[in-house]
Design a protein around this ligand. Structure first.
Ligand code: OAD
Length: 241
């Protein structure tokens, strides 16, 4: 017997973000031209095998990402999403490893792919340390004496909080996806859980496939996101875009 679905919460919005939302803060995306994966082989710097083969290179790569993120500031899109909390129940589900949503003021942010400001043990994923913008070096160890690594999900590993994220999307009256190519699984498939009656929008510059039921709004995050957020705040409810 199928379980009845959770009721939709009319005040709830889930924002699902990707690298494109931080592009106008000066952080590179992954797959746009001159994106990170054009300049660094993903299997070398961001996979579990890459970590095993050359941990120093992986640490260097993420040490630089951490510095770049620390020097960036939240943009109008991050800020507009934080403002939504004035009237709505907002959950941000992000694939990003920067903390620009938090620094913009969002209070409920789920990082599916981890967080640059944390290091973790390479043998116990539960041993996590806040490191801010500091680098991780070879020889720095966790409490169990194993090498520290970035608290980042490598290719070949399972994203964090998938179930929690899915449950939020199921309840949302509005799902706003921003700045993602939606090619990385299983994160991208979370959008399939959005309800038929939810207002569903994808803001991005370019995407191969728009998820079922989503309206594509092609444009810059800093222009379109504040526009839609303001509309919803003025109306006090979510309308289709
Ligand atoms: P991608 O680099 O794959 O996609 C970025 C998307 O943002 C593209 O669709 C761009 O068109 C769009 N974009 C760029 N600038 C924009 C702007 N100013 N306004 C709006 N949209 C803009 O990044 P993600 O989809 O986030 O995972 O990539 C997903 C995952 O792949 C990342 O979390 C990372 C990466 O490998 C891991 O490292 C595990």
């Amino acid at each position: 017997m199928e379980m009845p679905k959770a009721p939709i919460n009319p005040q709830k919005i889930v924002v699902f973000s990707g690298a494109g939302i931080s592009a106008e803060s000066g952080l590179k995306t992954f797959r746009d031209s001159n994106g990170l994966w054009e300049n660094y082989p993903v299997e070398v710097v961001a996979s579990i095998n890459g970590w095993r083969n050359n941990p120093e290179l992986v640490l260097d790569f993420y040490n630089q990402r951490r510095l770049d993120a620390a020097n960036a500031t939240p943009n109008k899109a991050h800020l507009a999403i934080a403002e939504l909390e004035k009237k709505f129940d907002v959950v941000v589900i992000t694939q990003n490893v920067d903390d620009l949503h938090e620094r913009a003021g969002s209070s409920n942010v789920i990082h599916l792919h981890g967080n640059l400001t944390q290091a973790r043990s390479s043998i116990d994923p539960g041993l996590i340390y806040d490191i801010g913008s500091a680098a991780i070096h070879i020889g720095q160890t966790c409490g169990l004496k194993s090498q520290l690594r970035p608290n980042i999900v490598f290719f070949g590993e399972i994203p964090y909080f998938l179930n929690e994220a899915k449950n939020h999307i199921i309840e949302a009256a509005c799902v706003l996806a921003v700045g993602s190519s939606l090619v990385v699984e299983p994160a991208a498939s979370l959008l399939k859980k959005a309800r038929f009656h939810a207002a569903k929008t994808l803001v991005t510059l370019d995407v191969d496939k728009v998820p079922f039921g989503f309206k594509l709004q092609r444009g810059k995050a800093t222009e379109l996101v504040p526009y839609f957020c303001q509309r919803w705040l003025s109306a006090g409810k979510f309308t289709n875009t």
